[in-house]
Write a new protein. Structure first.
Length: 97
């Protein structure tokens, strides 16, 4: 697909067709964003990053306010709490990479 440019030369386009609507007058910049799509690698990276961040955030912060109640209800020791904290940190580190 080629279009004329002011100098009279044919403009080279990277793709003939695009998955989203583009504006040919602005160097084929997208005019829409399909947020719920996993078809393009950019959107897959976006969704994987926010899901990973949410999971890491949940693993790290969800248990802390409930820890005294969980300790009493389950009857767990301090060593088991430390082990769960280490697992929480490991899960957070894993999800961030």
């Amino acid at each position: 697909m080629s279009a004329s440019v002011p100098s009279g030369e044919a403009e080279i386009k990277k793709y003939d067709t695009y998955y989203v609507n583009v504006d040919p007058d602005q160097d084929d910049k997208a005019t829409e964003i399909k947020l719920l799509s996993f078809k393009r690698p950019h959107m897959r990276a976006f969704h994987c990053s926010w899901m990973g961040f949410f999971t890491a955030f949940f693993i790290w912060f969800a248990i802390a306010p409930l820890l005294p109640e969980i300790k009493n209800t389950l009857g767990i020791s301090k060593q088991q709490i430390w082990t769960s904290n280490i697992c929480s940190v490991a899960g957070t580190v894993f999800m961030r990479f």
